[in-house]
Design a protein around this ligand. Sequence first.
Ligand code: GLU
Length: 265
Amino acid sequence: MQLGKKIAATVVVLLAAAAFGFAGGGSESGSGVGVEAIQKAGVLKVGVKSDVPRFGLMNTATNQYEGMEIELSKLIAKEILGDAGKVAFTPVTAKTRGPLLDTGELDLVIATFTITEERKLTYNFSTKYYTDAVGMLVKKASGISGLKDCDGKTIGVAQSATSRKAIQEAADKLGIKIGFSEFATYPEIKAALDSGRVNVFSVDKSILNGYLDDTSVILPDAFSPQEYGVVSKLDNKALAAYINGLIEKWLGDGTLDGLIKRFGL
Ligand code: GLU
């Protein structure tokens, strides 16, 4: 009896392992993921920013996306499909980029997506291809010259972004009290700054650059390094490993450095 039970238990474990192995490793077998699935589709679907100058920006004059993340997407398409033009770009925000990967509408997100330990539990991140920092945009007339002047002030941040945590940690270190207002999009935060509903617009400096105008200034303060990675759906390990190989290669051979220089980053 004991032996019979043991054998039965072993069979269950083996079956479970086989099922898990199939689900986890079946990415190249036509299950809709992996590099082969993209080759089959004939197009690489990438989520990019449309409002971040030099990273991902929709040029309304030419109706074309431009920036280093756009060029990176094209390089990946060239590797996978042999044609840098075979990319379908979708504009994303901090809030929409994850769900669009989850539903399979996107193969990759290359959109100022900061690598964090928490996010690695839900998505695959490549090695970092760029490092930015969280900054602050204020009205020139506000008299605010740094976070130290923000006691009692309200900071506008985007939902699902790393900014709130970064600014809160910095404020705690300074021993000041701040409040937050969260918005779905960056244009909404800029409008809130302009109308005085928030005192500060905070997010990565690269993103703030897209909202700088004659009435505002980006302060010298810089918080929490923001390391950007190429992101894929968590169960698509085959694609993630392939993309990581490309990023490592391009970090080593100067390709990424070239892109960073080309866009003045
Ligand atoms: N890079 C930051 C993040 O991933 C800011 C949000 C954004 O990229 O829009 O949370």
